[in-house]
Unconditional design. Structure first.
Length: 93
């Protein structure tokens, strides 16, 4: 399927969706990925939020995350954020 890209302004279609292969690609702006990536970019959502949105739309009930796994994920995300800030700081220097 081909159409106008929802991520940038264009007059001629350059956005391709391949449902049988499970991905999309815009040859105008270069954005591409799977359905989760599409929802993340379109809704400006995190991975988990995009998965929850898709699950709700498909009528799939997700199991709640156990507290131990949630804490480990939160710690990992904090470490990634600290590394991103440190990398930006050192890049500026």
């Amino acid at each position: 399927m081909v159409g106008l890209c929802p991520f940038h302004s264009e007059k001629t279609p350059s956005f391709h969706v391949h449902p049988d292969r499970g991905f999309f690609k815009c040859f105008g702006c270069g954005v591409g990925g799977d359905v989760i990536t599409f929802v993340q970019k379109l809704e400006n959502a995190a991975f988990g939020d995009a998965v929850r949105m898709l699950a709700a739309k498909a009528g799939v009930e997700l199991e709640p995350e156990n507290p131990h796994a949630q804490r480990a994920r939160s710690e990992r995300e904090a470490i990634y954020e600290a590394n991103r800030i440190a990398a930006a700081y050192f890049a500026r220097l």
